[in-house]
Structures are given as structure tokens and as C-alpha cells.
Design a protein around this ligand. Structure first.
Ligand SMILES: Nc1ncnc2c1ncn2[C@@H]1O[C@H](COP(=O)(O)OP(=O)(O)O)[C@@H](O)[C@H]1O
Ligand SMILES: O=C(O)C1=C[C@@H](OP(=O)(O)O)[C@@H](O)[C@H](O)C1
Length: 244
């Protein structure tokens, strides 16, 4: 799944689609390069508002495109920090989501402290098969519908799963997903069924409602999940964001 942003330096600001996050990301990049304006177009095949952190990928792509339109260079971690700031300003995140933004920017698995916008570790992953289900009875949800203060009450438990990394990544994914499904009121039976069908890990994705499974071969999970909504197939990547 990919986001592409094309940018041209200009004297004013024009963005397509016209979206608060895209505007905030352009502004962050302009303030980094000291530029006046940019014309930016974004295209993405990541469904927005399903827990797949489409916003991190969009903000990352916009930052890199605008910086490069001004013929400037930026480190990927610094670019991620600008992207997180844009996401906070646009109100599309609870914590800033440095975890998701850095994973999208750097590839692989990243562990972060979102309260400090700090990258703690990056772990390369086997480039396994991934199934994603958008359940037909659910719909996309804005982040503002989530009670962040209630989620924070579980942070000791979710943080404890970091201790089983890097050896037990898929188990941590599954346990984290079970807990978040329960807290946020989603059914967890389809993730559990994926485990029974051979997935290494299966879980609510982010704050949902999408569900994701990681497998050596997700064909059986995809056949089963197809009866419950739209299934997308992807692959884990360790590749960083590309500037071309
Ligand atoms: N293709 C896109 N073009 C422009 N903005 C997008 C696009 N996809 C996502 N976004 C931005 O990301 C936001 C959704 O992100 P978010 O609420 O974090 O949901 P999720 O992480 O579940 O995808 C949208 O409101 C929009 O600001
Ligand atoms: O907004 C946030 O701070 C977060 C949202 C979640 O992602 P989604 O937006 O994809 O649900 C989650 O994965 C991430 O760790 C933190």
C-alpha cells in the first residue's frame, strides 16, 4: 500500500485534495526549507480512517516531496518529526503516532516514545504476506471519536508488550490487538480465526476498525475473511520512503 505526493515550488499554496493534514504538512516542510509556497498533489491507495494510519503516510510523503521540490535534503527521522507535528495540528492523531509515522518512513518495525517523538528501536522484519480486512458492518472513524484518556489507563499493559520484542513480535501484535478490540468494543473473532488458519499474528489495526493478519501465506485467511468485507493483500516492507 502506497502514498505518492508530487510537489512543485511556487509562490502560493495549492493542494489536492484540499485537506487540513496536507496543508499542515506543506506548512511544516515550507518552514523547514524557508519557502513561500508549493503546489502539491497526493494520491493514496490506503483507506482513510480505518486504523491503517493513512494520515502518517500522507504527511510523510508530502513533507519529503515539498523539501525535495526546493532541492533540499532532510534526514528521514527529522522528516518524520515534521510529519508528526503536522498530524497533531490537523487533529488526526491521539499521541502524534511517531510509531506509525516512523514505520511508514523507515520501513520495518519501529518502537517509539510518542510522548517525546523519539525513535527507540527499528527492527527489520521478514517481508511476510499481509491480509487486511475492512469489515462490511463497520465504517471509517475519525480519531476525535476515540476517548484517549480511557486508552491511557491501559498504557502500562500495552507498554509491557514491548518487553517481549524483538523475539515475539507476532505474539505482541496479537495480544495488543485483543486488548484494544476489547477496550474499543470491536469483535475479535475474525482475528482469532486468522490465527487458527495459520497466521503468525492477527489483530485490530491501530484503533480499528480494520483487522490485519501477518502470515507466511495468507491465502486461507483471505478466503475466509472475504465473506466478511473488503480484503486487501500487501507485504511487509523494510524499504524506506523513496524520493524520486
Ligand atoms: N489520500 C489522502 N489524501 C489526503 N489526505 C488523506 C488521504 N488519506 C488520508 N488522509 C488524511 O488522513 C486522515 C485520516 O487519518 P486518521 O484519522 O489518522 O485515520 P487512519 O490512521 O485510521 O487512516 C484524513 O482525515 C486526511 O486528513
Ligand atoms: O493517533 C494515534 O496516536 C495512534 C493511532 C493508532 O493508529 P490509527 O490512526 O491507524 O488507528 C495507533 O496505531 C498509533 O500507535 C497511535
Amino acid at each position: 500500500m502506497e502514498v505518492e505526493a508530487r510537489a512543485r515550488a511556487s509562490d502560493d499554496l495549492s493542494v489536492s485534495p484540499y485537506d487540513p493534514l496536507v496543508i499542515e504538512a506543506v506548512k511544516e516542510a515550507l518552514s523547514f526549507v524557508g519557502g513561500k509556497g508549493a503546489s502539491v498533489e497526493v494520491s493514496s491507495n490506503i483507506p482513510a480512517g480505518w486504523g491503517l494510519k493513512s494520515s502518517s503516510a500522507v504527511a510523510n510523503a508530502v513533507i519529503l516531496a515539498v523539501v525535495s521540490a526546493y532541492n533540499r535534503r532532510i534526514g528521514l527521522i527529522e522528516a518524520t518529526k515534521l510529519s508528526v507535528r503536522a498530524a497533531r495540528r490537523a487533529g488526526v492523531t491521539i499521541t502524534g503516532a511517531m510509531d506509525d509515522a516512523s514505520a511508514s518512513m523507515l520501513g520495518g518495525l519501529t518502537v517509539t516514545d510518542n510522548s517525546k517523538d523519539q525513535l527507540i528501536m527499528r527492527i527489520p522484519l521478514p517481508e511476510l504476506d499481509v491480509a487486511i480486512l475492512l469489515p462490511s458492518w463497520e465504517s471509517s472513524r475519525p480519531k476525535s471519536t476515540i476517548d484517549a484518556s480511557r486508552l491511557r489507563k491501559y498504557s502500562e499493559i500495552t507498554d509491557s508488550l514491548i518487553e517481549i520484542l524483538p523475539s515475539r513480535i507476532w505474539e505482541a501484535m496479537t495480544l495488543n490487538g485483543l486488548l484494544y478490540s476489547r477496550i474499543l468494543g470491536y469483535k475479535d473473532d475474525l482475528a482469532l480465526r486468522a490465527i487458527e488458519l495459520g497466521a503468525l499474528g492477527a489483530s485490530l489495526s491501530g484503533t480499528g476498525p480494520a483487522i490485519a493478519a501477518v502470515c507466511r501465506d495468507c491465502s486461507d485467511v483471505i478466503d475466509y475473511w472475504s465473506g466478511f468485507g473488503k480484503v486487501m493483500r500487501s507485504r511487509i516492507t523494510n524499504n524506506p520512503a523513496k524520493i524520486s
